[in-house]
Design a protein around this ligand. Structure first.
Ligand SMILES: Nc1nc2c(ncn2[C@@H]2O[C@H](COP(=O)(O)OP(=O)(O)OP(=O)(O)O)[C@@H](O)[C@H]2O)c(=O)[nH]1
Ligand SMILES: [Mg+2]
Length: 369
């Protein structure tokens, strides 16, 4: 279940710097536009205090966190949707990801080249969003062109689907032509399902990540305020990070050095954990735990998954041969202090196939194959 978040934005705004700090994976970051061409993929452990707490209770031989994947994509420029700056290739990479983190330059630094020669976060966002909308418009138009034929098809399934597509594509094209995101269009869940195969970029959830200088931490700056205003109007999320600082912290070896560094910089926590959490949530991911003496482990499932599907994350046999789930919640463990006390309190439950697994459940699956 490799769901991922793509890191996008204009060239030279700090995407690879942030990616590197996040993943500790090597990615070239340098002060020139189009430093990145091929996407860099990195896996990040999702820090979870609950997992640490369960580990304290159970004292297993090992503990395994969940992960989330990030993809560092090349910078887009104006005209990307028309192929400018290898735009088609880069847009293709963005189409593959499940959610988007748009890095916005919110720092002044005359030494770092800005492709437009000046720092203007809103103009930058609008440049990127317009290219994304135009790329989607092209996908929509292509689909529309194929419709007349599909509508005449003898195959009822084909013509029926085409009929469903007509009004949805019309609505989307109208918005995209104005440069508005597909997610700004009032679509029903059915409409969204109908256009799923188009993989529209502007339908993906987006977080604006303001890359600021050290002195803007933690209060922000006027650029960040502008981005917040812009995002609020769109209903999108915003977060602030100092890419430069984070990459310095990530380069330190011990936790002690890291906390000393944070203290000296006057911040409580590295922004990376927060970013990872936001990405995880944006992807609709949730966590349940298994807690045995051999191993305490966090597992990723999709919000709304029922017990057999969630069990399938461990192994497909668990889903196929699912019998039942023994469940209690992390909060109960904290409240009552041990699994046996949770049982005494009647909080330990046996759940069946229809049970919707909750974030923070501690589960033992019974299965038979
Ligand atoms: N002052 C300052 N410089 C930064 C910050 N973040 C990144 N930089 C610098 O900006 C330059 C570009 O950073 P990259 O991470 O390579 O940018 P990118 O967005 O990946 O660029 P492309 O791959 O070319 O699209 C590098 O010289 C970084 O050191 C920051 O928060 N403050
Ligand atoms: Mg880069």
């Amino acid at each position: 279940m490799a769901l991922n978040c793509g890191i996008v934005g204009l060239p030279n705004v700090g995407k690879s710097t942030i990616f590197q700090a996040l993943t500790s994976a090597p990615a070239e970051a340098a002060n020139y536009p189009f430093c990145t061409i091929e996407p860099n993929v990195g896996i990040v452990n999702v820090a979870d205090q609950r997992l640490d707490k369960i580990t304290e209770f159970v004292k297993p031989q090992k503990t395994i966190p969940t992960i989330v994947e990030f993809v560092d994509i090349a910078g887009l420029v104006k005209g990307a949707s028309k192929g400018e700056g290898l735009g088609n290739q880069f847009l293709g990479h963005i189409r593959q990801v499940n959610a988007i983190i748009q890095v916005v330059r919110c720092f002044d630094d005359p030494d770092v080249i800005h492709v437009n020669g000046r720092v203007d976060p809103i103009e930058d966002i609008e440049t990127i969003n317009l290219e994304l909308a135009l790329a989607d418009l092209e996908s929509v138009k292509k689909k529309q062109e194929s419709l007349p034929r599909a509508l005449k098809s003898q195959d009822k399934a084909v013509s029926g689907r085409a009929k469903e597509l007509v009004p949805v594509l019309e609505k989307l094209a109208a918005a995209l032509e104005e440069g508005h995101a597909a997610r700004s269009v009032d679509l029903t869940a059915e409409d969204i399902a109908v256009v799923k195969e188009l993989n529209l970029i502007t339908l993906k959830k987006t977080l604006y990540l303001c890359n600021v200088d050290e002195d803007a931490v933690p209060d922000g700056n006027e650029y960040v305020e502008k981005v917040k205003e812009y995002a609020a109007a769109e209903g999108a999320e915003v977060m602030m990070i100092c890419g430069k600082l984070e990459s310095e912290i990530a380069g330190l070896e011990t936790e002690e050095e890291k906390s000393e560094f944070l203290e000296a910089a006057g911040i409580e926590q590295s922004g990376l954990d927060q970013l990872t959490h936001k990405a995880y949530n944006m992807l609709g991911l949730r966590t349940y735990f298994t807690a045995g003496e051999k191993e305490v482990r966090a597992w990723t499932f999709h919000a709304g998954d029922k017990a057999p599907q969630a069990a399938g994350v461990i192994h497909s046999d668990f889903e196929k041969g699912f019998i039942k789930a023994e469940v209690y919640h992390y909060d109960d463990l904290i409240q009552f202090g041990s699994e046996s006390k949770v049982k005494e309190a009647g909080k330990f439950r046996i759940e069946g196939k229809e049970y919707e697994v909750k974030d923070g459940d501690i589960v033992h699956f019974r299965f038979n194959v």
